[in-house]
Design a protein around this ligand. Structure first.
Ligand code: GAR
Length: 196
């Protein structure tokens, strides 16, 4: 089985979807849930599932990203992951950090990349008058939200949509898409997964 470390910053709903998918004859298992925030709701959820957790609080490093990443690397390397899945991990990772996991780090981003890298994706899609929005799973490279796209799910933007309503419609698709892509990557298969 492949070992998968999942990095979170918040509620961890994508982490739960990934962890629940990695059971039975699945080719991967979660080896660690790692957060940059002691208050991340996902930590409690991981513990309830019996998954090892670790926290490296970025605030303790006062903006020194090199020092933060050096500390983040310790529990991550100790877990010996084959794959690293960013799931609502809200810190930008340096090129040096990403290089340690080249070709084996994934991210889920709440937009139809290459549109709307960065933050406030749903508000920007609505503001632009786009007909649709969605989410993307991609390989992580040094450039933010920019690596090869492995999967995408799309939904129409409806009249009267708010960022919150759109997010609520897209999140369940994230929970479908991310496990599908992770499974394929764990099997060493390529290709693009699209939903619906
Ligand atoms: C998800 O919508 C994910 O796509 C987004 O944060 C949310 C995390 O929710 N990720 C980013 O914005 C990455 N820049 P979760 O903690 O419940 O999985």
């Amino acid at each position: 089985n492949k070992r998968v470390a999942i990095l979170i910053s918040g509620s961890g709903s994508n982490m739960v979807a990934l962890a629940q998918s990695m059971q039975g004859d699945h080719p991967a298992r979660v080896c660690l849930v790692l957060s940059n925030d002691t208050q991340a709701g996902g930590l409690v959820k991981a513990q309830a599932m019996g998954i090892p957790t670790a926290v490296v609080d970025h605030r303790a490093f006062k903006g020194d990203r090199t020092a933060f990443e050096a500390e983040l690397l310790k529990p991550l390397q100790a877990a010996r992951p084959d794959l690293v899945a960013l799931a609502g991990f809200m810190r930008v990772l340096s090129a040096d950090f990403v290089a340690q996991f080249e070709g084996r780090m994934l991210n889920i981003h709440p937009s139809l990349l290459p549109k709307y890298k960065g933050l406030n994706t749903h508000a920007r899609a609505i503001e632009a008058g786009d007909a649709e929005a969605g989410c993307t799973v991609h390989e992580v490279t040094a450039a933010l939200d920019d690596g090869p796209i492995l999967g995408q799910a799309r939904v129409p933007i409806l009249p009267g949509d708010t960022p919150e309503r759109l997010a609520a419609r897209i999140l369940p698709l994230e929970h479908q898409l991310y496990p599908m892509v992770l499974r394929r990557v764990a099997l060493g298969e390529g290709g693009l997964i699209t939903l619906p």
